[in-house]
Write a protein that binds this ligand. Structure first.
Ligand SMILES: [Zn+2]
Length: 148
């Protein structure tokens, strides 16, 4: 889970992480190569393995059920599917409940990157399942994160 105020780069970092995890040809510095099939399809917004959901506008139980259905299906190419869920605190209580089991026992191919500006609105059951990274604004407007 990436937490922090707006504009500190949570979603950007989530995308970089997702692309890096999926890169078929990682560079020595652990950077995505930008050349392999996976990187190219990501750069063209065409990746089948990296999905983004904006919970601000897709926050119903129905939306989460659709997501949970998709999560079950293993990737066609590569071995990981990554789901970036932005503004995850906007999910309704019912949607959170529908999501809980998948978060607790995700299939081995699934990785969730949750982003939120309002960590305090996330229920403890979910927080306790996540590795939490707190992004902070620093002078100059760049982002950094600390391991929590
Ligand atoms: Zn690559």
């Amino acid at each position: 889970m990436f937490c922090g105020p707006r504009g500190v780069g949570k979603t950007t970092c989530a995308r970089i992480l997702a692309k890096t995890i999926n890169c078929l040809n990682l560079k020595i510095e652990t950077e995505a190569c930008n050349e392999c099939e996976s990187c190219t399809s990501f750069n063209e917004h065409n990746s089948f393995n990296i999905h983004e959901l904006d919970a601000a506008s897709n926050n119903s139980v129905e939306d989460i059920r659709n997501l949970v259905e998709q999560v079950r299906i293993p990737p066609q190419v590569g071995d990981r599917k990554i789901y970036i869920i932005d503004e995850v605190h906007m999910l309704s209580q019912a949607a959170f409940n529908a999501f809980l089991k998948t978060l607790e026992e995700p299939p081995a191919h699934a990785i969730f990157i949750l982003a939120t500006t309002e960590k305090h609105k996330i229920i403890p059951t979910i927080l306790s399942r996540c590795q939490i990274f707190d992004f902070k604004r620093i002078q100059g407007g760049r982002c950094r994160f600390s391991f929590g």
